[in-house]
Design a protein around this ligand. Sequence first.
Ligand SMILES: [Zn+2]
Length: 561
Amino acid sequence: MYRGDASLFIDGETVYSREGTTQGDPLAMSIYGIAILPLIQKLQGLYKQLRFADDASAGGKITQLKDWWTRMQSLGPSFGYHPNPLKTWLLAKEQHLDTAKEVFEDCDIHITSTGQRHLGSALGSDSFLRDFVATKISSWVDELENFSEVAKTEPQAAYAALTHGLIVRWTYFMRTTPGISDHMAPLEEVLRHKFIPAITGRKTVTNEERQLLALPCRNGGLGIIDPTCQCNLQYDASVEVTAPLVELIMEQKNAISIDVEIEQKKRKSRLKANRLKEVEEKVNSLTLPETLERAAKLISDKGASNWLTALPLERHGFVLHKGAFRDALCLRYGWMPKKLLTKCECGSAFSINHALNCPNGTFPILRHNEVRDFTGKLLAEVCPDVILEPDLQPLEGESLDFASANHEDNARADIRARGFWGGNRQCVFFDVKVFNPNAQSYRRSSLESCFRHEENTKKRKYEQRIIEVEHGSFTPLVFSTSGGMGNLASTFYKRLASLLSEKRREAYSSTLGWIRTHLSFSLLRSAIMCVRRARSSIKHVVKGCDSFDLVVAEAHIHESQ
Ligand SMILES: [Zn+2]
C-alpha cells in the first residue's frame, strides 16, 4: 500500500498522498489514536471527554465545557487538530440555555436545547429523538423501495446490497438507539411485500416462509432480518458488550487494560452462543410444509449457501443472471420455477425432481465432470502425477467380495493423484458422485444417511480393487445437488485446502472458503442446467486465481474452518 504514492482524484486533478496513512488502511485509526492521545491527556479536567476518530465531545457543567473548548482551540493546532466551531454543537438543558448562550457568546458554535445527531445516533429530548428516528427510517424505506425496483431486473445484486450494505447500517442504528422497534414496521412492510417478492419472483410469502427467510443463510434462511424483531436484541447486546468500555469512559481512564478486552470477548462469545441457541430453537419451532422443511435441512449443510453469501463479482465468476438467481432460490426452497418444460427428452413428465434424476442427456455427466475437473486442477498444484479418468488395471483372476464391485476390464476412476494423504508415494483414487437427496428412494432418510449410503456404494464398487490390485487408496467424493458434501469429501477438501495454503502461503480458512464457494456455484449452476436443459447458458467458469485471500476478502466470503 505504501510502495508508491497513492493517487487521490480531486476535481479532475490528481493529488499524491505522501504523508499520513492511506485511506482504507486498517491501521489508520490506531495510528491516529496514538497521535491524538497527548492532546487528550493535556485536556483532562473536571468534565468527561469522549472521542471517536476525530470527533470530540465532552459533558459537564457549562463553565467547565467553556474551559475545555478554549483549551482545545489553543492547544489543538500544535497537534494538527483544528476544532471547527461551525461544526460544533452545544446541547444544554432547557433551564440552562440562556446561561450557555451567555458563556459561549464569543464563540461561533451552535447552541440548542432540543437535540443533535451524535455518532450515527442522536442525543436530546424525546420528541427530538422521535423525529430523528422517523426521518431516518423513512429515508431507509424510500431507499428500500428503490432497491425493490432494482431487484426486479437485478435480484442478486439487490440482495447482496441489502444483506452486505443496508442491513449493516440498520444494525448499527439498532445498536445505538433504544426503543425503535415499532418505528421499524414500515421497513418490514416493504421487505415482505416488495423486496422479497421482487428477488424471488413470487407474489407472496407465508408467515412461516418469512420467518425462515429471516434466519441466517447457514440455518436455511436468506439473512433478510425482520427489523421489528431485531431492534431490542441488538440494542441489549450492544449495551452488554460495551458496558466495560462505558465504565472506562465514565472513569476517564486513558488506557484499556487487558482485563477489559478479555471481559468483552467473554461477553461477545456468551451472546453468540445464546444467539445460536435461539436460532436453533427458532428453526425447530417453525411449522413448515414438508417440502420446505426438507429443503431447509438440506441447505443448512456447510458450504451449501456460499453462492448466496459471496458478493456477485463478475471477475471471480460469482454472478447469476435474474432467471438463474430465481431458479436457484426455487431449488433452495423447493418452490416451483416458472415456465418449466412440460416433457423431458426421455418422454417422462417434467418436474424438478425428474430433471435432477433423469440419467438421459448430457446434464448429469456435465455436472459430474465440472466437479471432477475443478478438483483435478487444484490437486495438480499440490500432488505429482495427477490424471483424470485413470484406467484401472484389468483383473486377472483376483476375486472381489462385493457383487456390486466393478469387475470390468476397462474400469476407470475419476482422478488419480500421488501422495495426497502423506509423504509416501501411494496413489489415491477418487470418484465423484452428485446425487439428488429428494429422489424418491431418499425422501424418508436423513441427509447423513443419504451421504453414508452413497459413500458406501462407491466404496463397494472401487475400494477393494484399488487396494488389492493398484496398491492405492480410494476416496469417494459425494455431493448433494443442493450443495452439501459427504464426510469423506469434506475431509478431502480440508486436506486439499491445507496443502494448497501451505504451498501458496495463504490462509487455510480463505483457501477452504474459496474452494467451498466454487463448489457451491458449480453444483448450483449444474442443477439449474438440469432444470432448464438446453435453454440454460450458465456453465460455471472458475477463473484462474492468484490469491485465495484476495478473492475471499473481495467477495466477503465467510471463511470456513
Ligand atoms: Zn427424463
